[in-house]
Design a protein around this ligand. Sequence first.
Ligand SMILES: O=C(O)CCC(=O)C(=O)O
Ligand SMILES: [Fe+2]
Length: 245
Amino acid sequence: MPVSVPTVDLQSHRTGTIPSVYYNPDFVTASLADEIIKQVYAVPEGHARWTVLRTRRLQCWGGQLQADGRAHDPSDLCPWLQQLCTLLVTCGIFPAHAPPNHVLINEYQPGQGIMPHTDGPMYYPRTATLSLMSDAVFKLAQRPRSPGDIGSVDLSPTEALLLRNRSLVVFADAAYTDFTHGIDFVHEEAVGDGSGGTCSVVNGPEAGVAEEEVVVERALRISLTFRHVPDAARTGQQQMPAPHT
Ligand SMILES: O=C(O)CCC(=O)C(=O)O
Ligand SMILES: [Fe+2]
């Protein structure tokens, strides 16, 4: 798969007020997107690489992270995904000392989503997610630090971003550790100025949302989530985060 993208000046893609959240529209060309989609669906339905959950299905590449903190096959990345991981370093999204080496490919039917969660301490605190085939609203909320926070801290979504087809969202550092992220389980969502039940997004101009309200209809969506598992996690020195649905 011939892959290349220009160097990305991540700072120029900062969005919203939460530090270390970046949105890059049109990160991949339509033809590279088509190629990636073809590769994802080259894994047939029913193949062991697909894990079917109640709320979505997913492919895990780079080793199934075990409850005791080990990834049993850290070199388990197919060549085309390895190429994309390398590209995320060469274009400046990941540092060379922490290259992506673990990829989750999620597939959502319209109406499906992912509950608010953090990606957990197993990974270097940086996640890059490529959205394909459908737009979706991605919501970040303050993470409860202790059970006592529940009820006393405002955990309602702090910021929302519209993730367009072919865009890349990156969140790192405090945005990774101190905020949850999730996608609502809906068939459509109204993006606007926050009034009349619309959801206001922080990346409206970059995502091509003008002043007027836009109704985002969910189609079948896949996302590729790239992360780095440090060596310590592979040797079992850290705990697996609670699984999320
Ligand atoms: O599909 C997405 O954009 C989010 C996926 C995600 O948060 C995850 O796999 O941890
Ligand atoms: Fe996540």
